[in-house]
Design a protein around this ligand. Structure first.
Ligand code: ADP
Ligand code: ZN
Ligand code: ZN
Length: 699
């Protein structure tokens, strides 16, 4: 339970994990709690165990771990109460009345009809949103005994009308569903591997149906729910029950209500992003992690945990199955399959008769480019558009161009606070730093030599958008990136226009690569794959392969065959040739062999110690002492300290120290000691440090 406790001059919310009647702390230093905030424990014992495991494994203060597990309002001491809303519902008598009988009172007829279509009732908020006053007609209908106003806990998301079609599972899907449902009631971990469109979601749906039929709940984690509203819709339609949502697009109180609805068992299914992995389950049935390879499951600041890994540990603690799904599984999960810790379920073919897309590599060295677009790509676009189909172009760089340079003296516009170039945003005539948010007007003359010959270097989505508008002036185009979708609802509108076919060319960043289903896209192109081919991060090739396959997965999802064009200056790069000729599976096998030979994850275990400070020496000193401290531990390999890839960010100097071991236990033991010791070190007070276990991103 939560307790309110005095803390310095203020008060704060604490978590009461255990009660003891002895202590070594002097009596006069103990303080009394001000209040106990919960009458009932917020989480069952198994979930507390998971939290304590996470605090130990990630070496993070248990209070912050608990805080991460609770919605903000609970963290702040808010009441764990379901809020009540009033709903207008038909009575049994009201269901028998044909609305036409009320022809002389059209608003009453409308309300009655509306209520009949929504047996669960219409929320007051929806009624107040009408442009006429619903109260008088409602009062009349209530008087007749046809409607009633009921109060109840806030409903989650209303049920949608059922779909008119549900597919018959193919043999592979059937086997996957049967294997997972056979494991209900005990712990097992599954990796569902299937190309985009192979029917993974269909497998989730049927597993969840069985879980629901057994009176249990399902927790589904997705990378970015707000990007894929159709998925929530598909679940609501198929399952015919209210579904709780938990993601950053909701208000704090909505998140709290979804959390409580699962805790009380009032909602049976929760769809959520990373932090939903901690949502309580009154009757746990299954946990599903879709797109398990996705980086968004990793919390990148504060309590740096992997929601996928926590999901697996939590499922073990709860004795329920966990299913990880992906078209491009992480090498970690594939290694776990090889070690027989996960059972592999495979969907090798696209479902419903769609065929796999064809790859085409365009060697940019031999081409005359128009703003980064090669003639073969432009030709393919033209024929695709002529056929009435859609084109999707991917470039993971927003803005107009990543660099502004002076043709006279070579000056480059850089951020004052970061070791980074400023990105040109042409429409606003501004230069922006994508690392710290700094921005300034675009200069018209070079600040170094005064020349007015300033030129943009490189390509961003805004620049491609302009080039395409010239090339295909009559073709409706949508640019989908973070700059262009800031306004609430604008992304939904763009996605809707894309799905309906109104938009013909879709151009975008990561936002466009993931999870969407655009039926008429038959040509997908990656405008610049080279950026990913020569990464300094050992995970660079895995990321690039995943990205290429994700973008490819957008092409040809229904009856129309798809083509994927890769623009590169390195057409013979082994990553590309393996991926294209043999598929992701073979790429992954080769990549795993390399990792094994190098002792890198998943065959080695890492922890990254980061430190940053206004003065570079302050950050470096702490890591040097840590490195020194580790040097006599034979089980540890120590790399660094070294400057972070972006050494200066927002005016702070950043360094890192990498610790690696062949096994988890010696690394865990070393971290435990170091974290306890470091608190007493003066060096630790002169910088900000953070420890990340199983780091995925060294940025
Ligand atoms: P994934 O999640 O692997 O991308 P989906 O479950 O979304 O795949 O399925 C892709 C498409 O194929 C969807 O339109 C879905 O309705 C359809 N589909 C799935 N399974 C079948 C099946 N067994 N028969 C026919 N169509 C199917
Ligand atoms: Zn100059
Ligand atoms: Zn900056």
């Amino acid at each position: 339970v939560r307790v309110l406790v005095p803390f310095g001059r203020t008060r704060t919310v604490g978590y009461l994990l255990a009660v003891s009647d002895r202590t070594d702390i002097e009596r006069n230093r103990l303080k009394r709690a001000l209040a106990i905030l919960d009458r009932e424990p917020l989480l069952p014992p198994a979930d507390w165990k998971t939290l304590l495991w996470a605090a130990g494994y990630y070496r993070h203060p248990v209070g912050e771990v608990c805080a991460a597990a609770f919605p903000v309002l609970l963290r702040q001491g808010g009441e764990a109460e379901r809020s009540q809303v009033r709903r207008l519902k038909t009575t049994v008598a009201g269901l028998q009345i044909a609305p036409q009988e009320l022809a002389r009172a059209p608003r009453q007829a409308l309300l009655l009809q509306w209520a009949q279509q929504h047996p669960e009732g219409i929320a007051e908020a929806e009624l107040t949103a009408l442009d006429w006053d619903w109260r008088p007609p409602a009062r009349a209908l209530i008087g007749k005994g046809w409607l009633e106003l009921v109060s109840g806990a806030r409903a989650i998301d209303p049920v949608l009308s059922p779909p008119d079609w549900r597919p018959d599972l193919n043999g592979d899907q059937r086997r996957a569903v049967d294997t997972v449902t056979a494991a209900l009631g005990s712990h097992r971990s599954f990796l569902l591997e299937g190309v985009t469109g192979s029917g993974k979601t269909e497998v989730y749906l049927q597993v969840v149906e069985t879980v629901l039929a057994a009176g249990r709940q399902a927790l589904l984690l997705l990378p970015e729910i707000s990007l894929t509203p159709q998925l929530g819709q598909r679940f609501r339609q198929r399952l015919q029950i209210p579904i709780a949502l938990f993601h950053s697009g909701l208000s704090e109180s909505e998140r709290l209500q979804a959390w409580l609805a699962m805790q009380r068992g009032e909602a049976r299914v929760l769809l959520g992003t990373r932090s939903a992995v901690f949502a309580p389950l009154a009757q746990p049935g299954v946990i599903i992690v879709d797109e398990e390879h996705d980086l968004s499951f990793k919390q990148q600041e504060g309590f740096r945990y992997s929601a996928r890994d926590v999901a697996v540990m939590r499922a073990r603690e709860l004795a329920i199955p966990v299913m990880l799904g992906s078209a491009t599984p992480s090498l970690e999960s594939l290694a776990n399959v090889a070690r027989r810790q996960y059972a592999r379920l495979h969907l090798p073919q696209r479902a419903g008769g769609a065929t796999a897309p064809r790859f085409r590599v365009v060697d940019l060295r031999a081409q005359r480019l128009d703003e980064g677009l090669s003639p073969p790509l432009l030709d393919a676009m033209a024929t695709t558009l002529e056929r009435g189909e859609q084109v999707l172009l991917f470039l993971n760089r927003r803005g107009y161009a990543p660099t502004l340079t002076c043709h006279g003296c070579g000056w480059i516009a850089t951020c004052r606070r970061c070791d980074a170039n400023l990105v040109i945003h042409l429409k606003e005539r501004r230069l922006r730093c994508h690392h710290c948010g700094h921005e300034q007007p675009q200069p018209s003359d070079c600040p170094a030599c005064g020349s007015d010959d300033l030129r943009p270097l490189g390509l961003g989505t805004e620049r491609i958008e302009r080039a395409l508008a010239k090339r295909f002036p009559d073709v409706p185009l949508a640019r989908i990136d973070r700059d262009n979708t800031r306004r609430k609802g604008s992304l939904e509108q763009m996605l809707e226009d894309a799905r309906s076919g109104r938009t013909r060319i879709l151009l975008g960043t990561q936002m466009l690569a993931k999870g969407h289903h655009f039926p008429a896209v038959t040509l997908a192109a990656l405008l610049d794959v080279d950026a990913g081919l020569f990464s300094t991060d050992f995970r660079g090739s895995e990321r690039t392969a995943q990205l290429i396959m994700q973008v490819a997965g957008r092409a040809g999802r229904e009856q129309l065959p798809g083509t994927v064009i890769l623009q590169t200056r390195h057409p013979d790069h082994p990553l590309l040739t393996t991926l294209i000729n043999h598929g992701y599976g073979e790429f992954a096998e080769a990549a795993l062999a390399e990792r094994r030979a190098a002792g890198l994850p998943p065959y080695g275990y890492q922890a990254l110690w980061r430190a940053e400070a206004g003065q570079p020496e302050a950050a470096r000193r702490l890591l040097e002492r840590l490195a020194e401290r580790c040097s006599n531990d034979a089980a540890l390999a120590v790399f660094g300290p070294a400057p972070a890839p972006l050494q200066r960010k927002a005016g702070r100097h950043r360094f890192q120290l990498l610790l690696q071991a062949d096994q988890r236990p010696p690394l865990q033991r070393a971290l435990k000691l170091l974290v306890e010791e470091i608190d007493g070190w003066p060096e630790a007070r002169q910088c900000r440090w953070a420890l990340e276990v199983d780091p995925l991103d060294f940025g």
